[in-house]
Design a protein around this ligand. Structure first.
Ligand code: GLA
Length: 400
């Protein structure tokens, strides 16, 4: 049976709270190195959800290579919730019948030149009601390492019972400390295995995780509730990231949740908006569609190398919003700037938007390239005016 998680309570915690598990310098360096740019790959949840099987994951790995996505930078193949079986008498976690041989699956994924990711919860149960890692953190980390896992998504859900969040008398600071300890504990267990494993914190942004996610070892941390395959959900999540830019840097990224590109609930302009906005946000790019059934439009969006280059820019400086209207700018390692002009409101007639070059930090004229039409534009002077398509985006690279 699948138990959806309850709405996330928002509790405020003073930043002075004592953090358990501060990292050693060596562990910090390893953690940063693991995700020097935002992780790119695929995750089973958005399309397959609780139905995912070993065969689906192998097909995703095959398609990742055949489509060219691996060569475009998408390397993680991540199994989300519902792979878990029972624990044996020694407490070792086993898979359920949908995943007969996790080591065999990881080996298969690795044989394709890809990396393999898995999912668990710090609580006794996962969001879908399967076995979590509570009380078995080191044992599970060792199992993952023995299977060849390269990425762990660690999803709060079941820990809420341990945090006593359902008790109105519970002190929110105490509850938050339990949560932070649980995340730090699994990170220590991962480090102890000696295997580099990207650590993806998923707790929907509660208690301003961006302020402490790095200290508990996170390479990425979800900043919001779950995305769904609609323009409304994607836009609400994506455009609400303004202000979080100061928390992202190489090794440690804000995660506005996975891509919905290709899942069918949005049109191509709206999916271009997600791809562009996520690149401006230096967000992890985890495709969430059925890779074995992609049309050319979906491939073109997911594999736009010029947009991916913005996401993966080595400076790792997350973009910020200049608007409203929705004009976003991101400084790149070579001094160029990525600029994205979005049409935000789908039921209105798109209006022209004017961007002044001096507001972007340029003086004089600049060179410009359109990252969706893949064409150089005429040099720009003073300002640029464009009407992005309904629900869509115009994304440029500007340089002196
Ligand atoms: C939560 C997470 C999702 C997904 C599901 C799996 O809702 O936020 O991304 O992992 O759990 O049950």
């Amino acid at each position: 049976m699948i138990h959806r998680r309850l709405a996330s309570p928002r509790i405020l915690v003073p930043s002075a709270i004592v953090l358990a598990g501060l990292l050693s310098a060596g562990a910090k360096a390893q953690t940063t190195q693991l995700a020097a740019t935002p992780p790119m790959g695929w995750n089973s949840w958005n399309h397959f959800a609780e139905k995912v099987t070993d065969a689906d994951v192998r097909a995703a790995a095959d398609a990742m290579v055949a489509s060219g996505m691996r060569d475009a930078g998408y390397v993680y193949i991540n199994v989300d919730d519902t792979w878990e079986g029972e624990r044996d008498a020694q407490g070792n976690i086993h898979t359920n019948s949908k995943f007969p041989d996790m080591k065999g699956l990881a080996d298969y994924v690795h044989s394709k030149g890809l990396k393999f990711g898995i999912y668990s919860s710090p609580g006794p149960k996962t969001c879908a009601g399967f076995e979590g890692s509570y009380g078995h953190e080191e044992q599970d980390a060792n199992t993952y390492a023995a299977w060849g896992v390269d990425f762990l998504k660690y999803d709060l859900c079941g820990l809420r019972t341990i945090m006593d969040l359902y008790d109105p008398k519970q002190d929110p600071n105490k509850a938050s400390a339990i949560m932070r300890d649980a995340y730090a504990k699994m990170h220590r267990a991962l480090i102890k295995t000696g295997r580099p494993i990207v650590y993806s914190i998923c707790q929907y942004g509660v208690d301003s995780v961006w302020e402490w996610g790095e200290e508990v070892g996170g390479n990425l941390w979800r900043t919001t509730d779950d995305i769904s395959d609609s323009y409304r959900s994607m836009a609400l999540i994506g455009f609400s990231q303004a202000g979080l830019e100061r928390y992202a840097k190489p090794g440690h990224w804000n995660d506005p949740d996975m891509l919905e590109v290709g899942n069918g609930g949005m049109d191509a302009d709206q999916y271009r908006t997600q791809m562009s906005l996520w690149a401006m946000l230096a967000a992890p790019l985890l495709a969430g569609n059925d890779l074995s059934r992609m049309d050319e439009t979906t491939k073109g969006i997911l594999m736009n190398k010029e947009v991916i280059a913005v996401d993966q820019d080595k400076l790792g400086q997350q973009g910020s919003r200049l608007g409203p209207p929705q004009v976003w700018v991101r400084t790149l390692a070579d001094g160029a700037k990525a600029v994205a002009v979005f049409n935000f409101v789908t039921d209105d007639v798109p209006q022209p938007v004017t961007v002044r070059l001096k507001d972007l930090g340029f003086s004089g004229s600049v060179h410009a390239r359109d990252l969706w039409t893949h064409k150089d534009l005429e040099p720009m002077h003073d300002s640029y005016t464009v009407t992005p398509p309904k629900g869509g985006v115009v994304m440029l690279r500007l340089w002196k």
